[in-house]
Design a protein around this ligand. Structure first.
Ligand SMILES: Nc1ncnc2c1ncn2[C@@H]1O[C@H](COP(=O)(O)OP(=O)(O)OP(=O)(O)O)[C@@H](O)[C@H]1O
Length: 321
């Protein structure tokens, strides 16, 4: 088995020691090439090249941002548009293997990997030995002639505003810790528009729902973690189904605190309330806004947008887990 390992040396919890342990352990199990990412977007071009060169597996040591780039590289070949791949497109692409090395590591943890690089290495080595693979679907966001796949979530509104604010802090050298996210979310709550809901949710077979302030689109559950604690606004979402959505039509403290306390529980029940819009297992969802609204994808801030369409891409990749 030929594998290319992509290491983001700048990811929050990646260091030379875990990199060396992983290289030694993986190198004993597969024929391994190692590449360090040097800039934003580098993982996408390396993954795309790995696919073109016929690698069986692309492994990532890094955070959700590097995994997102890798997945986009695997799905968008260097030499033009994706070819028709038959009933199970995942079989025509290299498998994906992830070792958590970022701040939240949502994708890795949603797959059931321990949030520790050494323990995760043990689990993926076992998956290699036993030939264990899980076929997962992805989400795809399309806007203004652009498109990007996401592994766990996308969203428009308040959550994307918080992502933007945290990215601004990281630009000044501060780390993205759970406490920083929570503090930024609380501070930013005062600034977010709680009076004029800009968005409408539509889609094939979906009754239009207007008056939405904030919408989370999920490809899996949990949506994120606060420390060890999973946060589950769309508890029915999974890699094996279409996309789920939770939309908020009110941003007042009572509505918000009710939703937050529900989504922090382990319950499989959907959050309830008249001011929520909820969708499960949809093939396509469109968010349209009457003004530009902050947009994020897998925790990466992607600017302000007025219309974004989200599509489910079933059987997109095989993950060794
Ligand atoms: N050598 C590099 N220097 C600077 N940035 C890099 C480098 N290599 C990759 N990147 C960028 O760093 C971004 C963040 O990396 P990554 O997601 O791996 O870690 P993280 O931010 O710590 O984790 P998380 O996404 O969980 O917060 C990625 O979007 C990637 O494009």
């Amino acid at each position: 088995m030929r594998a290319m390992l992509l290491v983001n040396p700048k990811a929050t919890t990646t260091n030379a020691r875990t990199r060396d342990v992983l290289i030694r352990a993986l190198g004993a199990a597969v024929e391994l090439s190692v590449e360090e990412t040097r800039y934003r977007g580098h993982a996408a071009s390396l993954a795309s090249t790995a696919r073109a060169k016929g690698f069986d597996v692309v492994a990532v040591l890094g955070g959700d941002g590097t995994i997102n780039e890798t997945v986009n590289g695997l799905l968008n070949p260097v030499d033009g548009p994706d070819l028709p791949l038959g009933d199970d497109p995942s079989t025509g692409r290299p498998g994906l293997l992830v070792i958590p090395g970022g701040s939240a590591n949502v994708f890795a943890r949603a797959l059931g990997l321990p949030n520790d690089p050494v323990e995760s290495t043990g689990q993926v080595l076992e998956a290699i030995r036993e030939g264990r693979r899980r076929t997962v679907g992805l989400g795809q966001a399309l806007w203004e002639g652009q498109s990007r796949y996401f592994t766990f979530c996308s969203g428009m509104g308040y959550d994307a505003e918080v992502v933007r604010a945290v990215e601004g802090l990281r630009g000044t050298g501060r780390k993205a810790t759970p406490t920083r996210y929570v503090n930024t979310a609380l501070r930013h709550y005062l600034a977010t528009d709680k009076r004029h809901p800009p968005m409408t949710v539509t889609g094939p077979g979906i009754p239009p729902a207007g008056g939405v302030f904030m919408a989370i689109v999920s490809n899996t559950s949990p949506w994120t973690y606060v420390g060890a604690h999973p946060v589950r606004p769309t508890p029915w979402a999974s890699f094996e189904t279409g996309l789920d959505l939770l939309g908020l039509r009110r941003m007042g403290p009572i509505t918000l605190s009710g939703v937050i306390s529900h989504i922090l529980t382990e319950s499989d029940a959907l959050p309830s309330g008249r001011h929520l819009v909820q969708l499960h297992d949809e093939a396509e969802i469109t968010l349209t806004a009457d003004r530009p609204v902050a947009f994020q994808l897998d925790g990466d801030y992607l600017g302000e947008r007025e219309t974004v369409t989200f599509r489910s891409t079933p059987n997109a990749l095989q993950v060794l887990v």
